[in-house]
Design a protein around this ligand. Structure first.
Ligand code: GCW
Length: 710
């Protein structure tokens, strides 16, 4: 039985502060929504029954401990509840007798790791964790529950993250632009740091902590050595100072050749003693400035970046050199497996496996190899990377892309949770049925000590963070899945919608319907049936005719292989035989063109134009069907969206309406680009039920060229 004592919380200043908070919260409600608050909108609850019930349950927040993270947990609860309930809620050291409130406790018996539990005890809502960060996550979980207007007593839960390192990777360059960023420039104001610390960094950290993200790599993997100078490490330290108060560790992408370019050494050979010493000293220097620094992310010998192979060494040699420098500080090396060579006869699909699988077991204990979900490169639909399951002695981290590099930038509405989930749920069969990618990444299948899931961030300096307000859902879904990969895309879509847009049940359903179909719609007007990489220069509008580049594997024709006979990349034994990289059980599902699921057909087979598919249509007709229905479905998205106007903030509604109109126009144009181009090979008519493209192929090409102009 707990002893309850009345608290001393009556200083005038504190009361004034609460009133001010209340005022700010109320005036916030009145202003138009600019999307800045993301899913953390603590608007006043209009339903008086719900508000009254919550009011009875939350009269104080009791916290006995004291730390930056705990204080932030309490602050968030206080701000949120005060605004939602319209009454001041005091923070106390011990629970108040005869009143219900929230009790935050740290206990060794609490949920493990970053986990938390929420229980109801004697009318109080008790959040318990073994670490401060757990209390913070539990506090956000409680707020999330209340924001969905669910009954207080239903909040009872015990939750621990399935992945240890839940990270964002920012591809932010030092001058401000973001590689593949579509929401403004970098959030980090390098020239102002460390003296000026933008309050927005705190909101960034809050947003991440609210979905369990606990790590961030602040600079691009195509890394500038600048970030390793003392000048920049101090800037990074200022960011880390904000982030750690929300349980977030800071990491840096490194330039592998820094010993040469920055240190003035003759080489950056990872086996050279001077080079090793340079990294050891550099790492010590970083830890002196950022004591809880997380570690290094490395892109090496990939797309022109330097790496150990420049000196005849392996990826493992390179990673282990850095691991040695980081080990005394418990830092980690996250070494990317995104590699492929400019060889016209090679299949890029096979490259990562070919270079990395043989290195299994050769990496130091504090190295994670980070693998993109698919074997090529964040295409709208890819089969899972065959590396998953093939490196049982090396922790493999997952790299998803939140920024929509191949998904219509910030213009097209594509909810990505189905992409993430499709990969996580894929069965590798490496230890028999049920060996899903998720069980590999979460370490349970191969007993990895380290586990990691990274999302290439879609944030930028735009007021609403992600350019397209609907793209906030991708950031949200990533965090929620990194915490718990068993969640469904549907549950996350509904939750996000309720937190961000509306709690009106019919409209929640209508919006989550759009979200859940959006990816397939995009695939249909862009890369149906397993077509891949029609983009080269812009990564935006398809340029399937693109056949010239400094590298053969940077042309579009390399990927789709259209010719007079048919379409698609033969990866069976008669082609590149990439299917051999999978377990036979997996390979078999894709091996036979007759039975291969249609979404993957052209990933693995070169199919004759007239071949009848399982849909009953021949290849050409099926392609036309997909391109046309995909583009038409954007009209459906527009209609659904128009139907929810009454419960969405007008500014957000009109912003998305504009983007959808653009998306529709582009879907037609992109469809036509493909259909007209492929028709030059198939020599078949577009089925009569579909309207003929209004433009000629030449005209469409010209339009694409505009987007490629310098
Ligand atoms: O998809 C490609 C992008 C590059 C990116 C690279 C990578 C950071 O077009 O911009 O570089 O992937 O993942 O390293």
């Amino acid at each position: 039985m707990m002893v309850f004592t009345k608290t001393l919380f009556h200083s005038k200043i504190q009361n004034l502060a609460l009133l001010l908070l209340l005022f700010v919260a109320i005036s916030n409600n009145a202003s138009a929504d600019d999307g800045y608050r993301l899913w953390l909108k603590y608007d006043r609850i209009q339903n008086t029954t719900i508000s009254a019930t919550y009011s009875k349950s939350f009269n104080f927040i009791a916290l006995s401990g004291n730390s930056d993270i705990l204080n932030n947990a309490v602050k968030e609860l206080q701000t949120g509840l005060t605004a939602m309930l319209g009454k001041p809620i005091p923070i106390v050291k011990t629970p108040v007798i005869n009143q219900s409130g929230i009790i935050l406790t740290i206990s060794a018996n609490g949920a493990s790791g970053d986990g938390y539990s929420i229980q109801m005890q004697s009318g109080n809502t008790v959040i318990t964790a073994s670490k401060d960060a757990g209390v913070l996550y539990g506090s956000f979980a409680l707020l999330r529950h209340l924001r969905q207007h669910l009954p207080v007593e239903k909040v009872v839960v015990q939750s621990s993250p399935k992945i240890q390192l839940r990270m964002l990777n920012h591809w932010d360059n030092p001058e401000g632009p973001i590689e593949r960023g579509y929401a403004g420039s970098s959030l980090w104001k390098w020239y102002e740091l460390p003296e000026t610390v933008d309050p927005r960094y705190t909101d960034y950290a809050r947003a991440n902590a609210s979905i369990g993200i606990n790590g961030t790599v602040v600079n691009n993997v195509n890394a500038s050595a600048r970030f390793l100078t003392a000048e920049y490490v101090h800037k990074v330290a200022a960011l880390a100072g904000v982030f750690r108060k929300f349980g977030i560790k800071t990491y840096l992408s490194i330039h592998f050749a820094a010993p040469k370019t920055l240190g003035g050494l003759k080489t950056s050979d990872p086996l050279d003693p001077e080079v090793r010493k340079w990294w050891i000293e550099k790492t010590k220097e970083i830890y002196r400035i950022i004591p809880d620094f997380g570690g290094f992310l490395v892109k090496a010998n990939s797309e022109g970046e330097p790496g150990p192979q420049d000196y005849g060494r392996t990826h493992a040699d390179g990673a282990n050199m850095l691991a040695e420098a980081l080990a005394p500080f418990n830092g980690v090396v996250i070494w990317r497996a995104f590699v492929y060579k400019a060889d016209p006869n090679a299949d890029r699909f096979k490259a990562a496996y070919d270079e990395f699988a043989t290195l299994d077991g050769k990496f130091a204990k504090n190295v994670i190899v980070q693998v993109k979900n698919g074997p090529i490169d964040f295409q709208p639909r890819e089969p899972f990377s065959p590396l998953f399951g093939n490196m049982p002695r090396t922790p493999l981290g997952m790299e998803f892309q939140l920024t929509q590099e191949y998904l219509g930038f910030a213009t097209h509405w594509v909810y990505e949770a189905p992409i993430f989930k499709e990969c996580l749920d894929a069965d590798t069969y490496v230890k028999g049925k049920g060996s899903t990618v998720a069980t590999i990444v979460d370490g349970s299948l191969h007993n990895y000590r380290l586990t990691c899931m990274a999302g290439v961030a879609n944030t930028g300096s735009d007021r609403n963070w992600t350019g397209n307000p609907m793209a906030q859902a991708n950031w949200y879904a990533f965090g929620r899945l990194a915490w718990d990969h068993t969640l469904s895309p549907e549950a996350i879509a509904r939750e996000w919608t309720q937190l961000t847009l509306t709690t009106e049940p019919r409209h929640v359903s209508a919006i989550s319907d759009i979200m859940l179909r959006s990816r397939d719609i995009y695939v249909d007007y862009n890369t149906p049936l397993g077509l891949s990489r029609p983009w080269t220069g812009s990564h935006y509008a398809p340029e399937p005719w693109q056949n010239r580049s400094s590298r053969p594997d940077w042309t579009a024709i390399y990927y789709h292989r259209a010719d007079s006979l048919g379409l698609g990349f033969d990866r069976t034994a008669t082609g590149s035989n990439a299917l051999l990289q999978y377990r036979p059980e997996v390979g078999r599902t894709w091996l036979n063109a007759e039975t291969c699921p249609l979404p993957y057909l052209l990933w693995f087979h070169h199919i004759p134009w007239s071949q009848k598919l399982s849909s009953g249509r021949n290849l050409w007709d099926e392609l036309c069907h997909r391109f046309y229905t995909g583009a038409d479905s954007v009209l459906w998205m527009q209609k659904q969206w128009a139907g929810v106007a009454s419960s969405i903030d007008p500014a957000i509604h009109s912003d998305v309406t504009g983007r959808l109109a653009k998306q529709y126009n582009e879907a037609i144009w992109w469809r036509d680009a493909w259909v007209l181009y492929l028709q030059t090979f198939s020599k078949k008519p577009i089925p009569a039920i579909y309207p003929k493209p209004e433009k000629t192929l030449e005209e469409v090409k010209k339009r694409v060229d505009v987007y490629l102009m310098r």
